[in-house]
Design a protein around this ligand. Sequence first.
Ligand code: PLP
Length: 344
Amino acid sequence: MNAFRPAIRAMHGYTPGEQPQDRRYVKLNTNENPYPPSPRVAQALMQAVGAELRLYPDPVADVLRHTAAAVYDVSPEQIVVGNGSDDLLTMLVRACLGPGDRIAYPVPTYSLYDTLVALQEAEAVRLPFPSDFSLPAELGRARARLTIVCNPNSPSGTLTPTEELGRLAREVEGLLVVDEAYADFADDNALRLLRECDNVVVLRTLSKSYSLAGLRVGLAFAAPPVIAELMKVKDSYNVNRLSIVAGVAALEDQAWMQTNVARIRATRARLIAALRERGFEVADSHSNFVLARRPGVSQRGTYEALKEGGVLVRWFGIDGLEDALRITVGTDDEVDALLAALSG
Ligand SMILES: *Cc1c(COP(=O)(O)O)cnc(C)c1O
């Protein structure tokens, strides 16, 4: 059969973290929130299920845009809603990159970027982070249509100061996308750059801090002309009715999100201290996961032993990360289970 483009046949699909359906694990591998979403989400969903599911959703999810605009102090014209922020990344890459067009990002980072680039047959300028995970100096000079900085970065958990991102935005020729999936767990974020720079796109997701990974809601913030272009490439009904009402309810309960974030940050401090005591090298984390290293020692065996013992963490097994485990900050009990399994 000769149906598929050579680029598709040649590429590997994106490999998500394991989502095992067979057995219950202490699941610390894909940075889900260990706490449930706001009870207001379930209430809103119950009402929505009983109402209008036979009708298409609002193509632009205006009620959610308005809620998000109020929460984040921007205008609704500065927002496009996605079916998760993965959908927003897809829209950005589709809108900006054709065959041979350039995109730049520091690595290691969120590996979905590589997959989206391959789909477009675009050219990725992948610049290695130095060991302290500061931004590679060449990033601003890559002459790319899109530059992506995942901040806080995954899998390192490190944070680039917003002032540096502002400098980078002025240096790049195209858009600077700041993927802020974990921003609620950090002390700073890049939203204020929207007021100074018309080429900055900030991506947020409700999957992590708002505990809504199962419903798929992402938000992109940018200048209205950028949003207008993205609207053209999105699927017409990219966010379903239930996700829209759940997103509104979750955003309206900031206190619930903040309480869970505070708990996760406290557990994070305890986890980092305990891992360091056990001889791991752990950078300070600004996210809801930590990267634990034993420099030069493959962590494959540790990953496998933990899995055997019912604790799932992420081992990437790729160049430069062989000796590292990425561990999601769970509840205190889950972290205790992890630490017990590490000792056992
Ligand atoms: C989790 C994650 C996303 C995806 O978020 P969804 O809204 O669930 O699609 C995007 N970027 C990074 C860096 C992430 O870790």
